[in-house]
Design a protein around this ligand. Structure first.
Ligand code: DAH
Length: 357
């Protein structure tokens, strides 16, 4: 019995993992294990022999079981030690050098525009990017047959087969916000509505998604002269120069009468865009006096109220101000471009501290 004891104590001490231990348990004290078989042999012994051997075998079985449990615990501790060593982490190391994100030039420009118009008493209004064709066209005095619908390269939303209602559109301009604001607030109104607009067009100065800011002022005595002053004041502040040179061209928009397109003097020399100098003109906005039909569509009485409106290409003026020659780069998500043209986070543009820093 001593041999048996020594053998198993040694084997257990040498077991390298839990599977080996389990094998030894079966071999020694399992149903058909060596010690179990010995215990079965007790039945064939004389009562005197049994009285000596019984307690001895029981003690041996207990000793083997304790040794198995102790070794199992030791192996578990070792495994945990090993894992802790592998997953060790020095929390006192300095943090990894992380690059800070930047504010996209479009967001920056939008903030600048908002800051300037806020100073002039305009608040910010919003409308949906998916809109009905009534808001995008009809209410703006663009009836179904009007060529402006075709010219705008509109993206139409899908309608289920058999649904004959006119499809919704991705808004082609921010002008529908004029109607929504009139409906919601009623005159008098002074708002700008910056946001995304969509047209199926793609080249160096056009992307299928781009940004506009709509402006709308409605009151009893709004005039074209106020429109002109407001735009000049805005552009001068925006470009942070003493004066900008603007060209008001008589034009036509269904939603304004009279209408004017405004170009700004610039140069493209060496692929670099500069404002205020050069022999080129870049069209940056459309404007005019709000058409009586548009006022009516918004529930505003054209016999009492009149207004001016304008729509500015945010991307266009961002390109001009920051010398970005290709519009498409705005939306390429090229990290090098974003780091180069991006603005420091946490620097809110304002007229006193400076618009762009
Ligand atoms: N909605 C026009 C466009 O996207 C821009 C525009 C022109 C807006 C004249 C106006 C406006 O408010 O008065 O081309």
């Amino acid at each position: 019995m001593d041999d048996l004891r020594d053998k198993y104590i040694q084997l257990i001490a040498d077991a390298g993992d839990e599977a080996a231990l389990e094998g030894l348990r079966v071999q020694a004290v399992g149903k058909k294990g060596e010690i179990s078989l010995q215990m079965r042999g007790l039945g064939k012994m004389t009562p005197e022999e049994r009285q000596v051997m019984g307690p001895k075998l029981n003690a041996l079985k207990d000793e083997i079981n304790s040794a198995l449990a102790a070794r199992k615990a030791a192996l578990g501790d070792a495994a945990l030690e090993e894992r802790l060593r592998g997953e060790w982490l020095d929390v006192t190391l300095p943090a990894r050098d992380r690059r800070q994100g930047t504010i996209h030039p479009i967001s920056q420009t939008r903030e600048e525009v908002t800051a300037i118009f806020a100073e002039l008493g305009f608040s910010v209004a919003e409308g949906p990017q998916i809109d009905s064709d009534w808001y995008n066209f009809d209410a703006l005095n663009i009836p179904g047959h009007h060529p402006a619908r075709a010219e705008m390269d509109t993206f139409y939303m899908h309608r289920a087969a058999g649904d004959n209602r006119p499809p919704h559109v991705l808004r082609t301009h921010t002008s529908p916000v004029q109607i929504r604001t009139m409906e919601k607030e009623g005159a008098p109104i002074r708002i700008i509505a910056p946001g995304r607009v969509y047209r199926a067009d793609y080249d160096q100065t056009h992307t299928p998604m781009f940004h506009q800011v709509e402006g709308l002022a409605i009151d009893r005595d709004i005039s074209m002269a106020q429109l002109k002053w407001t735009l000049e004041e805005f552009l001068r502040s925006f470009f942070e120069v003493e004066a900008v040179e603007l060209r008001f061209r008589a034009s036509h928009f269904p939603f304004t009468e009279p209408s004017a397109e405004v170009d700004i003097r610039c140069s493209w020399e060496g692929g670099q865009l500069k404002v205020g100098e050069g022999d080129d003109w870049l069209e940056i906005l459309g404007s005019g006096m709000v058409h009586p039909n548009v006022l009516k569509a918004g529930g505003t009485d054209p016999n009492v109220w009149q207004g001016f409106a304008f729509g500015i290409g945010i991307d266009r003026i961002a390109m001009l101000k920051y010398g970005i020659p290709d519009l498409r780069a705005f939306f390429d998500s090229d990290l090098r471009w974003l780091r180069h043209y991006g603005f420091a986070a946490l620097e809110q543009p304002n007229l006193h501290g400076g618009l762009s820093r």
